[in-house]
Ligand binder design. Structure first.
Ligand code: URA
Ligand code: CA
Length: 435
Protein backbone atom coordinates (compact mmCIF):
# COMPACT_ATOMS: atom_id res chain seq x y z
CA UNK A 1 0.00 0.00 0.00
CA UNK A 2 1.02 3.62 -0.40
CA UNK A 3 1.74 6.16 2.28
CA UNK A 4 0.58 9.70 1.56
CA UNK A 5 3.81 11.13 2.97
CA UNK A 6 5.81 9.31 0.29
CA UNK A 7 3.55 10.63 -2.45
CA UNK A 8 3.94 14.19 -1.17
CA UNK A 9 7.70 13.78 -1.01
CA UNK A 10 7.87 12.37 -4.50
CA UNK A 11 5.90 15.30 -5.93
CA UNK A 12 7.87 17.76 -3.81
CA UNK A 13 11.02 16.39 -5.46
CA UNK A 14 9.48 16.90 -8.88
CA UNK A 15 9.03 13.24 -9.73
CA UNK A 16 6.21 11.86 -11.76
CA UNK A 17 3.47 9.97 -9.93
CA UNK A 18 1.88 6.76 -11.13
CA UNK A 19 -1.80 6.28 -11.83
CA UNK A 20 -2.06 4.16 -8.66
CA UNK A 21 -0.48 6.86 -6.50
CA UNK A 22 -2.74 9.59 -7.83
CA UNK A 23 -5.84 7.40 -7.47
CA UNK A 24 -4.78 6.54 -3.90
CA UNK A 25 -4.63 10.25 -3.08
CA UNK A 26 -7.99 11.11 -4.71
CA UNK A 27 -9.85 8.19 -3.14
CA UNK A 28 -8.24 8.73 0.25
CA UNK A 29 -9.09 12.41 0.28
CA UNK A 30 -12.66 11.72 -0.81
CA UNK A 31 -13.27 9.07 1.88
CA UNK A 32 -11.44 11.23 4.45
CA UNK A 33 -8.74 8.70 5.22
CA UNK A 34 -6.23 11.32 4.06
CA UNK A 35 -6.40 14.46 6.20
CA UNK A 36 -6.56 18.05 4.98
CA UNK A 37 -2.99 18.81 6.05
CA UNK A 38 -1.52 16.13 3.83
CA UNK A 39 -3.79 17.01 0.93
CA UNK A 40 -2.80 20.67 1.37
CA UNK A 41 0.89 19.83 1.28
CA UNK A 42 0.33 17.72 -1.80
CA UNK A 43 -1.58 20.48 -3.62
CA UNK A 44 1.17 22.95 -2.82
CA UNK A 45 3.78 20.52 -4.17
CA UNK A 46 1.73 20.25 -7.39
CA UNK A 47 1.45 24.02 -7.48
CA UNK A 48 5.24 24.35 -7.55
CA UNK A 49 6.27 21.23 -9.46
CA UNK A 50 3.39 20.85 -11.90
CA UNK A 51 2.09 17.65 -13.44
CA UNK A 52 2.71 15.94 -16.76
CA UNK A 53 -0.19 15.44 -19.17
CA UNK A 54 -0.25 11.80 -18.11
CA UNK A 55 -0.54 12.67 -14.43
CA UNK A 56 -3.28 15.20 -15.22
CA UNK A 57 -5.14 12.47 -17.11
CA UNK A 58 -4.90 10.15 -14.08
CA UNK A 59 -6.03 12.91 -11.72
CA UNK A 60 -8.95 13.76 -14.01
CA UNK A 61 -10.16 10.17 -14.28
CA UNK A 62 -9.72 9.50 -10.56
CA UNK A 63 -11.96 12.52 -9.88
CA UNK A 64 -14.48 11.35 -12.51
CA UNK A 65 -14.59 7.93 -10.83
CA UNK A 66 -14.99 9.41 -7.35
CA UNK A 67 -18.74 9.85 -7.93
CA UNK A 68 -21.64 9.27 -10.30
CA UNK A 69 -21.21 9.47 -14.04
CA UNK A 70 -24.03 10.43 -16.36
CA UNK A 71 -24.70 7.68 -18.87
CA UNK A 72 -25.67 9.26 -22.17
CA UNK A 73 -25.20 6.08 -24.20
CA UNK A 74 -28.95 5.90 -24.83
CA UNK A 75 -28.63 9.10 -26.87
CA UNK A 76 -27.72 8.44 -30.43
CA UNK A 77 -24.74 10.26 -31.88
CA UNK A 78 -21.63 11.92 -30.55
CA UNK A 79 -22.39 13.97 -27.44
CA UNK A 80 -20.45 17.22 -27.66
CA UNK A 81 -20.20 19.50 -24.67
CA UNK A 82 -18.95 23.06 -24.51
CA UNK A 83 -17.29 24.70 -21.58
CA UNK A 84 -16.42 28.31 -21.07
CA UNK A 85 -14.00 29.40 -18.38
CA UNK A 86 -16.45 32.19 -17.67
CA UNK A 87 -16.86 35.85 -18.15
CA UNK A 88 -19.20 38.78 -17.85
CA UNK A 89 -22.30 38.80 -20.03
CA UNK A 90 -21.33 35.56 -21.73
CA UNK A 91 -24.59 34.46 -23.28
CA UNK A 92 -23.06 31.87 -25.63
CA UNK A 93 -24.52 28.73 -24.03
CA UNK A 94 -28.11 29.92 -24.44
CA UNK A 95 -27.46 30.49 -28.12
CA UNK A 96 -25.23 27.52 -28.87
CA UNK A 97 -27.53 24.87 -27.43
CA UNK A 98 -30.38 25.42 -29.94
CA UNK A 99 -28.02 26.47 -32.72
CA UNK A 100 -25.98 23.29 -32.66
CA UNK A 101 -28.98 21.06 -31.96
CA UNK A 102 -30.74 22.55 -35.00
CA UNK A 103 -27.81 21.24 -37.06
CA UNK A 104 -28.42 17.70 -35.79
CA UNK A 105 -25.89 17.39 -32.96
CA UNK A 106 -27.55 16.19 -29.74
CA UNK A 107 -26.94 18.62 -26.87
CA UNK A 108 -27.39 17.17 -23.38
CA UNK A 109 -26.27 20.13 -21.35
CA UNK A 110 -25.65 20.22 -17.64
CA UNK A 111 -25.14 23.76 -16.55
CA UNK A 112 -24.41 25.74 -13.45
CA UNK A 113 -25.54 28.79 -11.60
CA UNK A 114 -23.51 31.94 -11.50
CA UNK A 115 -20.31 31.68 -9.51
CA UNK A 116 -18.95 35.14 -10.18
CA UNK A 117 -20.83 38.39 -10.05
CA UNK A 118 -23.49 37.57 -12.60
CA UNK A 119 -25.96 34.76 -13.21
CA UNK A 120 -25.06 31.47 -14.90
CA UNK A 121 -26.92 29.69 -17.70
CA UNK A 122 -29.47 28.16 -15.30
CA UNK A 123 -30.25 31.53 -13.75
CA UNK A 124 -30.75 33.04 -17.19
CA UNK A 125 -33.12 30.27 -18.27
CA UNK A 126 -35.09 30.64 -15.06
CA UNK A 127 -35.76 34.24 -16.05
CA UNK A 128 -38.29 32.61 -18.39
CA UNK A 129 -41.40 32.11 -16.30
CA UNK A 130 -42.06 28.46 -15.50
CA UNK A 131 -38.78 27.13 -16.89
CA UNK A 132 -37.53 24.32 -14.70
CA UNK A 133 -34.10 22.75 -14.72
CA UNK A 134 -34.85 19.57 -12.81
CA UNK A 135 -35.27 16.49 -14.98
CA UNK A 136 -34.51 12.93 -13.97
CA UNK A 137 -31.69 11.29 -15.89
CA UNK A 138 -34.32 9.31 -17.85
CA UNK A 139 -36.32 12.43 -18.73
CA UNK A 140 -33.10 14.20 -19.70
CA UNK A 141 -32.09 11.41 -22.09
CA UNK A 142 -35.64 11.12 -23.44
CA UNK A 143 -35.90 14.83 -24.16
CA UNK A 144 -32.56 14.88 -26.00
CA UNK A 145 -33.65 11.90 -28.07
CA UNK A 146 -36.98 13.58 -28.87
CA UNK A 147 -35.90 17.18 -29.41
CA UNK A 148 -32.08 17.03 -29.63
CA UNK A 149 -31.63 19.34 -26.67
CA UNK A 150 -32.07 19.72 -22.91
CA UNK A 151 -30.47 21.92 -20.27
CA UNK A 152 -30.51 20.85 -16.65
CA UNK A 153 -28.79 21.57 -13.37
CA UNK A 154 -26.23 19.17 -12.03
CA UNK A 155 -27.94 16.14 -10.60
CA UNK A 156 -26.50 13.28 -8.63
CA UNK A 157 -23.17 13.15 -6.93
CA UNK A 158 -20.80 14.27 -9.68
CA UNK A 159 -17.05 14.51 -9.01
CA UNK A 160 -17.21 14.78 -5.20
CA UNK A 161 -13.40 14.64 -5.15
CA UNK A 162 -13.26 17.82 -7.20
CA UNK A 163 -15.73 19.57 -4.89
CA UNK A 164 -13.66 18.73 -1.82
CA UNK A 165 -10.35 19.53 -3.45
CA UNK A 166 -11.63 22.81 -4.87
CA UNK A 167 -12.79 23.93 -1.43
CA UNK A 168 -9.38 23.05 -0.01
CA UNK A 169 -7.55 24.82 -2.85
CA UNK A 170 -9.62 27.89 -2.18
CA UNK A 171 -8.17 28.22 1.33
CA UNK A 172 -4.62 27.04 0.61
CA UNK A 173 -3.72 29.43 -2.24
CA UNK A 174 -3.63 26.60 -4.78
CA UNK A 175 -6.55 27.50 -7.03
CA UNK A 176 -4.47 29.07 -9.77
CA UNK A 177 -2.45 26.01 -10.69
CA UNK A 178 -2.98 25.14 -14.34
CA UNK A 179 -2.81 21.32 -13.95
CA UNK A 180 -5.30 21.51 -11.08
CA UNK A 181 -7.70 23.81 -12.95
CA UNK A 182 -7.44 21.74 -16.13
CA UNK A 183 -8.19 18.43 -14.41
CA UNK A 184 -10.98 20.01 -12.35
CA UNK A 185 -12.80 21.33 -15.43
CA UNK A 186 -12.22 18.21 -17.52
CA UNK A 187 -13.38 15.86 -14.77
CA UNK A 188 -16.75 17.62 -14.61
CA UNK A 189 -17.28 17.50 -18.37
CA UNK A 190 -16.37 13.82 -18.56
CA UNK A 191 -18.53 12.85 -15.59
CA UNK A 192 -21.42 14.65 -17.31
CA UNK A 193 -21.06 12.25 -20.23
CA UNK A 194 -19.25 14.22 -22.93
CA UNK A 195 -17.70 12.28 -25.82
CA UNK A 196 -16.15 15.42 -27.24
CA UNK A 197 -15.45 18.78 -25.62
CA UNK A 198 -15.12 22.27 -27.10
CA UNK A 199 -13.50 24.72 -24.71
CA UNK A 200 -13.80 28.47 -24.75
CA UNK A 201 -10.86 29.75 -22.74
CA UNK A 202 -11.24 33.43 -22.00
CA UNK A 203 -8.42 35.85 -21.55
CA UNK A 204 -8.25 39.48 -20.42
CA UNK A 205 -9.54 41.77 -17.67
CA UNK A 206 -12.83 39.95 -17.14
CA UNK A 207 -11.39 36.43 -17.29
CA UNK A 208 -10.01 33.90 -14.87
CA UNK A 209 -6.81 33.77 -16.95
CA UNK A 210 -5.65 37.38 -17.21
CA UNK A 211 -2.83 36.80 -19.69
CA UNK A 212 -2.85 35.19 -23.07
CA UNK A 213 0.10 32.95 -22.11
CA UNK A 214 -1.81 31.50 -19.15
CA UNK A 215 -4.96 31.04 -21.22
CA UNK A 216 -3.01 29.14 -23.87
CA UNK A 217 -1.25 27.02 -21.25
CA UNK A 218 -4.60 26.12 -19.65
CA UNK A 219 -6.12 25.31 -23.03
CA UNK A 220 -3.14 23.13 -23.96
CA UNK A 221 -3.38 21.26 -20.67
CA UNK A 222 -7.07 20.52 -21.15
CA UNK A 223 -6.60 19.42 -24.75
CA UNK A 224 -3.75 17.13 -23.63
CA UNK A 225 -5.94 15.63 -20.91
CA UNK A 226 -8.68 14.99 -23.47
CA UNK A 227 -6.22 13.16 -25.67
CA UNK A 228 -4.93 11.18 -22.71
CA UNK A 229 -8.39 9.98 -21.71
CA UNK A 230 -9.85 9.48 -25.18
CA UNK A 231 -12.15 12.51 -25.46
CA UNK A 232 -11.79 14.59 -28.59
CA UNK A 233 -11.04 18.01 -27.10
CA UNK A 234 -10.27 21.37 -28.67
CA UNK A 235 -10.03 24.92 -27.41
CA UNK A 236 -10.56 28.44 -28.67
CA UNK A 237 -8.91 31.37 -26.91
CA UNK A 238 -11.35 34.28 -26.82
CA UNK A 239 -11.16 37.83 -25.58
CA UNK A 240 -12.78 38.90 -22.32
CA UNK A 241 -11.15 42.30 -22.00
CA UNK A 242 -14.68 43.67 -22.28
CA UNK A 243 -18.08 42.06 -21.69
CA UNK A 244 -19.40 39.94 -24.55
CA UNK A 245 -22.32 41.45 -26.42
CA UNK A 246 -24.13 44.37 -24.81
CA UNK A 247 -26.42 42.81 -22.22
CA UNK A 248 -25.43 41.78 -18.69
CA UNK A 249 -28.25 40.42 -16.58
CA UNK A 250 -30.53 37.41 -16.82
CA UNK A 251 -33.67 38.54 -18.65
CA UNK A 252 -31.59 40.98 -20.70
CA UNK A 253 -29.28 38.17 -21.81
CA UNK A 254 -32.21 35.95 -22.78
CA UNK A 255 -33.40 38.80 -25.01
CA UNK A 256 -29.90 39.11 -26.45
CA UNK A 257 -29.81 35.36 -27.10
CA UNK A 258 -33.17 35.49 -28.91
CA UNK A 259 -31.95 38.39 -31.04
CA UNK A 260 -28.79 36.47 -31.88
CA UNK A 261 -30.77 33.37 -32.84
CA UNK A 262 -32.75 35.64 -35.19
CA UNK A 263 -29.51 36.85 -36.75
CA UNK A 264 -29.86 40.26 -35.14
CA UNK A 265 -27.47 39.87 -32.24
CA UNK A 266 -24.26 41.73 -31.38
CA UNK A 267 -21.41 41.07 -33.78
CA UNK A 268 -18.93 39.71 -31.21
CA UNK A 269 -21.40 37.37 -29.56
CA UNK A 270 -22.61 36.10 -32.93
CA UNK A 271 -19.08 35.48 -34.18
CA UNK A 272 -18.03 33.60 -31.05
CA UNK A 273 -21.12 31.39 -31.35
CA UNK A 274 -20.32 30.64 -34.98
CA UNK A 275 -16.71 29.76 -34.14
CA UNK A 276 -17.57 27.53 -31.18
CA UNK A 277 -20.66 26.11 -32.87
CA UNK A 278 -18.82 25.06 -35.99
CA UNK A 279 -16.24 23.21 -33.89
CA UNK A 280 -19.07 21.44 -32.06
CA UNK A 281 -20.70 20.38 -35.32
CA UNK A 282 -17.47 19.01 -36.76
CA UNK A 283 -16.72 17.21 -33.46
CA UNK A 284 -20.28 15.85 -33.54
CA UNK A 285 -19.64 14.38 -36.98
CA UNK A 286 -22.33 16.43 -38.75
CA UNK A 287 -19.98 18.39 -41.00
CA UNK A 288 -16.69 17.52 -42.64
CA UNK A 289 -15.15 20.96 -42.33
CA UNK A 290 -15.40 24.13 -40.29
CA UNK A 291 -16.55 26.02 -43.39
CA UNK A 292 -19.34 23.57 -44.03
CA UNK A 293 -20.40 23.75 -40.36
CA UNK A 294 -20.44 27.54 -40.43
CA UNK A 295 -22.70 27.50 -43.48
CA UNK A 296 -25.06 25.11 -41.67
CA UNK A 297 -25.18 27.37 -38.61
CA UNK A 298 -25.95 30.43 -40.68
CA UNK A 299 -28.70 28.52 -42.45
CA UNK A 300 -30.49 27.53 -39.22
CA UNK A 301 -30.37 31.16 -38.12
CA UNK A 302 -31.73 32.44 -41.43
CA UNK A 303 -34.55 29.90 -41.75
CA UNK A 304 -35.61 30.39 -38.13
CA UNK A 305 -35.18 26.75 -37.13
CA UNK A 306 -32.64 27.48 -34.37
CA UNK A 307 -35.00 29.98 -32.75
CA UNK A 308 -37.92 27.59 -33.13
CA UNK A 309 -35.90 24.87 -31.39
CA UNK A 310 -35.16 27.27 -28.54
CA UNK A 311 -38.93 27.63 -28.22
CA UNK A 312 -39.33 23.85 -28.09
CA UNK A 313 -36.71 23.63 -25.35
CA UNK A 314 -38.55 26.26 -23.33
CA UNK A 315 -41.88 24.53 -23.81
CA UNK A 316 -40.52 21.07 -22.96
CA UNK A 317 -39.12 22.42 -19.70
CA UNK A 318 -42.26 24.21 -18.58
CA UNK A 319 -41.65 27.74 -19.80
CA UNK A 320 -43.71 30.02 -21.97
CA UNK A 321 -42.34 29.53 -25.50
CA UNK A 322 -44.11 32.69 -26.71
CA UNK A 323 -41.15 34.69 -25.38
CA UNK A 324 -39.18 33.87 -28.52
CA UNK A 325 -41.55 36.10 -30.50
CA UNK A 326 -42.47 38.51 -27.73
CA UNK A 327 -39.66 39.37 -25.33
CA UNK A 328 -41.93 41.75 -23.41
CA UNK A 329 -43.20 38.57 -21.73
CA UNK A 330 -39.87 38.38 -19.89
CA UNK A 331 -39.45 40.17 -16.56
CA UNK A 332 -38.55 43.81 -17.05
CA UNK A 333 -37.28 46.38 -14.58
CA UNK A 334 -39.18 49.37 -13.27
CA UNK A 335 -36.52 51.94 -14.12
CA UNK A 336 -34.17 52.50 -17.04
CA UNK A 337 -31.42 54.86 -16.03
CA UNK A 338 -28.72 56.29 -18.31
CA UNK A 339 -25.08 56.24 -17.25
CA UNK A 340 -23.62 59.38 -18.83
CA UNK A 341 -20.01 59.68 -19.88
CA UNK A 342 -18.10 62.22 -17.81
CA UNK A 343 -15.76 63.13 -20.68
CA UNK A 344 -15.44 63.01 -24.46
CA UNK A 345 -13.02 60.73 -26.28
CA UNK A 346 -12.77 57.06 -27.11
CA UNK A 347 -13.39 54.00 -24.98
CA UNK A 348 -9.96 52.43 -24.51
CA UNK A 349 -10.49 49.91 -21.77
CA UNK A 350 -13.27 48.24 -19.83
CA UNK A 351 -12.86 46.41 -16.60
CA UNK A 352 -15.45 43.72 -17.17
CA UNK A 353 -15.19 42.33 -13.63
CA UNK A 354 -16.15 45.65 -12.10
CA UNK A 355 -18.99 46.11 -14.56
CA UNK A 356 -20.11 42.67 -13.40
CA UNK A 357 -20.05 43.97 -9.81
CA UNK A 358 -22.19 46.93 -10.89
CA UNK A 359 -24.73 44.44 -12.30
CA UNK A 360 -24.55 42.33 -9.14
CA UNK A 361 -25.31 45.35 -6.96
CA UNK A 362 -28.51 45.86 -8.95
CA UNK A 363 -29.47 42.26 -8.11
CA UNK A 364 -28.46 40.54 -11.37
CA UNK A 365 -26.08 38.22 -9.50
CA UNK A 366 -25.40 36.86 -6.06
CA UNK A 367 -23.05 38.35 -3.50
CA UNK A 368 -23.48 35.18 -1.42
CA UNK A 369 -24.80 31.77 -2.39
CA UNK A 370 -28.10 32.41 -0.59
CA UNK A 371 -28.93 35.66 -2.40
CA UNK A 372 -31.94 35.75 -4.68
CA UNK A 373 -31.46 37.02 -8.18
CA UNK A 374 -33.69 39.71 -9.67
CA UNK A 375 -34.07 38.40 -13.22
CA UNK A 376 -35.28 41.70 -14.61
CA UNK A 377 -32.28 43.86 -13.80
CA UNK A 378 -28.89 44.45 -15.35
CA UNK A 379 -26.88 46.63 -17.66
CA UNK A 380 -27.01 47.21 -21.40
CA UNK A 381 -23.78 48.69 -22.71
CA UNK A 382 -24.03 51.41 -25.31
CA UNK A 383 -20.30 51.60 -25.99
CA UNK A 384 -17.50 49.11 -26.48
CA UNK A 385 -13.74 49.46 -26.79
CA UNK A 386 -12.81 51.66 -29.77
CA UNK A 387 -16.09 53.60 -29.84
CA UNK A 388 -16.20 57.40 -29.76
CA UNK A 389 -18.20 59.02 -26.98
CA UNK A 390 -19.29 62.58 -26.20
CA UNK A 391 -19.56 63.98 -22.70
CA UNK A 392 -23.05 63.31 -21.35
CA UNK A 393 -23.73 60.58 -23.89
CA UNK A 394 -24.83 57.26 -22.32
CA UNK A 395 -22.14 54.62 -21.78
CA UNK A 396 -24.77 52.17 -20.64
CA UNK A 397 -28.38 51.86 -19.56
CA UNK A 398 -29.07 50.47 -16.13
CA UNK A 399 -32.23 48.38 -15.75
CA UNK A 400 -33.18 48.49 -12.11
CA UNK A 401 -35.99 47.94 -9.66
CA UNK A 402 -34.24 50.26 -7.22
CA UNK A 403 -34.45 53.98 -7.73
CA UNK A 404 -31.06 54.74 -6.27
CA UNK A 405 -28.31 53.19 -8.38
CA UNK A 406 -25.51 55.65 -7.63
CA UNK A 407 -22.97 52.99 -6.75
CA UNK A 408 -23.55 51.11 -9.98
CA UNK A 409 -23.37 54.33 -12.00
CA UNK A 410 -20.07 55.26 -10.38
CA UNK A 411 -18.63 51.79 -10.89
CA UNK A 412 -19.49 51.84 -14.58
CA UNK A 413 -18.10 55.35 -15.04
CA UNK A 414 -14.89 54.43 -13.20
CA UNK A 415 -14.29 51.19 -15.06
CA UNK A 416 -14.98 52.30 -18.61
CA UNK A 417 -11.85 54.24 -19.53
CA UNK A 418 -12.14 57.15 -21.95
CA UNK A 419 -9.10 58.75 -23.54
CA UNK A 420 -8.28 61.13 -26.35
CA UNK A 421 -6.43 58.57 -28.45
CA UNK A 422 -8.54 55.95 -30.20
CA UNK A 423 -7.55 52.30 -29.79
CA UNK A 424 -8.56 49.35 -31.91
CA UNK A 425 -11.23 47.00 -30.77
CA UNK A 426 -9.54 43.90 -29.29
CA UNK A 427 -9.39 40.80 -31.46
CA UNK A 428 -12.17 38.48 -30.33
CA UNK A 429 -10.85 35.12 -31.46
CA UNK A 430 -7.29 34.15 -30.63
CA UNK A 431 -5.44 30.87 -30.92
CA UNK A 432 -7.15 27.58 -31.69
CA UNK A 433 -5.69 24.63 -29.84
CA UNK A 434 -6.37 21.19 -31.20
CA UNK A 435 -3.45 19.15 -29.87
N1 URA B 1 -13.11 26.24 -12.59
C1 URA B 1 -13.15 24.93 -12.24
O1 URA B 1 -14.12 24.26 -12.54
N2 URA B 1 -12.12 24.41 -11.59
C2 URA B 1 -11.04 25.11 -11.25
O2 URA B 1 -10.14 24.56 -10.66
C3 URA B 1 -11.00 26.48 -11.60
C4 URA B 1 -12.05 27.01 -12.27
CA1 CA C 1 -24.03 39.56 -23.24
Amino acid sequence: MFRMVDIIEKKRNGEMLSKEEITFFVNGYTDESIPDYQASAFLMAVYFKGMTAEEQGYLTMAMVESGDQIDLSAIEGIKVDKHSTGGVGDTTTLILVPLVAACGVPVAKMSGRGLGHTGGTLDKLEAIEGFHIELTEEQFVQQVNDLKLAVIGQSGNLTPADKKLYALRDVTATVDSIPLIASSIMSKKIAAGADAIVLDVKTGEGAFMKTKEDAIALAESMVAIGKQVGRNTMAVISDMSQPLGFAIGNSLEVIEAIETLKGEGPEDLTELCLVLGSKMIVAGGKAASIDEARTMLKAVITDGSALELFGKLIEAQGGNAKVIHDTTLLPSAKYQIEVPSLTSGYVTKMEADDIGVAAMLLGAGRATKEDEIDFAVGIVLKKKIGDAVQVGEPLAIIHSNLENVERSITLIQQHIFIEKQQVESPRLIGEMITG
